[in-house]
Structure formats: C-alpha cells, structure tokens
Design a protein around this ligand. Structure first.
Ligand code: CUA
Length: 352
C-alpha cells in the first residue's frame, strides 16, 4: 500500500526538467511525453534554444548542490549519530573556522558565476531587437479578450489567431493591448512576454524550421484565458511572400457551382446582419474592428482562437452558440436561424 502511494507520487512529479537533459544522451523526449506541441524542451527557434540552455545550466548547478549537500547531510547523520555509551560526547565544533567559511563563500561565488554569465549573455541576445527599419519583418500583435490579432505594417495584411512569418528571419514583434494584460508565448520559438495596455513591449523571434507552432496566452486575463490560443506558422521565404500576396487587400468569394447560391445568400445575410459592426471584410462595408478580421477567413485553419478546426460544421455551431463554446467572449448569438447561419458559414469559408 505504502509502496504504491510512493510510486504514484513519483509518477506525479515526472521530473520533467531532469529528464529533458536525457535528450543529450540519446533518450527521446517523446518517450517521456515531453515533446508536446507546447514543450519548450524541443526548441525550434534561436531564442527558445538560448533560454533552454540558461534553464538547464541553472538546473544542473542546483542538482549538483542538492546532491553534494544531501550526501554530506546523510553522511553526517550516520557518521556522528549517538551511540550507546557516548550520549554525552559533543562532536568537534567548527564554528569560527575562517578558512572553511571563506572557502564555502568562494564555492558559491563560482557557482553563481556559472549561472550568471550565460544569463547575462542571453539577456544581451534577447535585447538585440531590430528596429522597424532593420527588421526583416515587423508584426504588430494585439491581445484581445480572448483572441489574437496580427497586423503587418507596410503589407496591408491583418489576420487573427494565425501568425505567419518567414523562416530563418529575425522578426520584430510589437505587443499591444487595449484591454487587460495578456502574455504572448510560443514555447518552441521564444519565452513569453507580457502584453500590457498603454505600453508597447517589443521582442524578436526567429523560427529555424518551417512548420506550425502552437502559442498560448500565458497571463490570466479573464474567463476564457485558457481559450486564447494561436498558431505561429513559419513559411519558407517564397511561400511567405505568396501568403502576403494572397492575404493583402480585398477578398473575393471563391465559389463552386455547388455552393454559389448559398455563398451569395450568405454574403447578403452577413452584410445585413449585426456581424458587420464588429468584423471587417476588406472590400465590403463590413468594417468593424472589435472582432477578428474576416477578410481571408476561408484560408484559416482554426476557429475561435484555436478552439475548433475551421470547417463548415464547426463554423455554423460557432455562429449559433458562441457563448457556450467560448464563455464570456463579446460575440452575441445574433443569428438564430440555422439556414441563415449555414449560408453565412458558406460565404465566410469562401473568402480565401
Ligand atoms: Cu489573454 Cu490570458
């Protein structure tokens, strides 16, 4: 019974940081359940890699201190324990041993230096943020309740919940909030930074490999804080250019013979609905800015800030009961009729 409890306790601990270092010795992170989509133990960006190094150095120093002091403690405990017959014996007292004290101070100065030097080095790298002029690309990141807006100054592109960048380039990221404090975090790419009202925090990121990386708001910001996810999508530079071209300016519905009628009906219904007060569809009179920009909505893979896959069925569901899916968000259920919701979904998904 007791053994069982202890084993359960150990499994609960999982020893994540310790085990991470095993990747150096060839053990795979995946086999330890530590290569999830938001695991920072498998960095794919320069900043995340540097920050992981800093963490691991501090961790190993602490492990060494723990092992040495722990061993000395147990050695002392057994070596100098009270034995029958010498209960009155007082072991030799070391208080006031100057050489020992200075030696210990020296040891800790060295240990702190081992931690401090890479930390300071990492700080300089983190703070080497390119200006708008020098950066390969600047992205304005806006934290809303509860979703992410991304704007590309100079490119006439606005998107939501999916941030696109070219791979291997140093990206300047400016963080804005007009509501509460959020925190921008893509664990595999870089450590988190707060998104604060009335203050622009700036950082840089760089992705080493093309791919999709999950991000998450990392600061409690209200009821749906945990539903404030996003995807960082890193493209090869040519693919990124193509993405910018496809996403700038007005979006025209792309229809097939099968859905042309529904799309036309949906467009009309959407443009006459309350939706246009909060959402923008470039090239139409739908110019609201308090909700996600829907200009090229059909090209997105996610819905509701990463909560759902972006497909027809989920979108109809989202339009009809947004409050049940994401509690507390500011989108009211303005479309009650399923037929209309289906048509609007067809229209929005046709906006490529
Ligand atoms: Cu935004 Cu938590």
């Amino acid at each position: 019974m007791r053994g069982l409890t202890i084993r359960r306790g150990l499994r609960g601990l999982r020893l994540p940081a310790l085990l991470a270092s095993l990747q150096l010795s060839g053990c795979s992170l995946a086999s330890w359940g530590m290569d999830g989509p938001m695991s920072f133990f498998n960095p794919k960006g320069e900043l995340a890699a540097i920050q992981l190094d800093v963490l691991m150095i501090a961790l190993w120093v602490c492990v060494a201190i723990f092992a040495i002091t722990g061993s000395l403690y147990f050695y002392t405990l057994f070596r100098f324990r009270s034995r029958p017959g010498d209960e009155d014996r007082v072991p030799e007292q070391l208080h006031g041993n100057t050489a020992l004290e200075i030696g210990l101070i020296g040891v800790f100065v060295v240990l702190l230096a081992i931690i401090t030097v890479p930390n300071v080095r990492a700080l300089f790298v983190m703070e080497d943020i390119p200006s708008r002029e020098d950066a390969d690309l600047t992205v304005e990141v806006w934290g809303y309740q509860w979703w992410w807006g991304f704007e590309y100054p100079g490119h006439e592109v606005r998107t939501a919940n999916e941030m696109h960048i070219p791979v291997g380039k140093k990206i300047r990221v400016e963080l804005y909030s007009d509501n509460v404090i959020h925190s921008f975090w893509v664990p595999k790419i870089a450590g988190k930074l707060d998104v604060i009202p009335n203050q622009v925090n700036v950082m840089w990121i760089q992705a080493d490999e093309a791919g999709e990386y999950w991000g998450q708001c990392a600061e409690l910001c209200g009821a749906s804080h945990a539903n404030m996810r996003f995807k960082l999508i890193a493209h090869e530079p040519d693919d990124f250019k193509a993405w910018v071209e496809a996403n700038r300016g007005p979006a025209r519905p792309v229809t097939t013979e099968a859905n042309a009628e529904a799309v036309a009906r949906g467009e009309q219904a959407f443009l006459q609905s309350a939706c246009i007060g909060c959402h923008r569809v470039s090239g139409t009179h739908s110019v609201g800015l308090s909700g996600p920009d829907l200009s090229h909505f059909g090209s997105r893979t996610l819905l509701g800030s990463g909560m759902l896959e972006n497909n027809h069925e989920n979108l109809v569901d989202w339009i009809m009961r947004p409050q049940e899916i994401k509690p507390g968000n500011i989108m009211p259920p303005v479309v009650a009729d399923r037929d209309t919701a289906e048509a609007i979904a067809s229209y929005l998904l046709s906006l490529k």
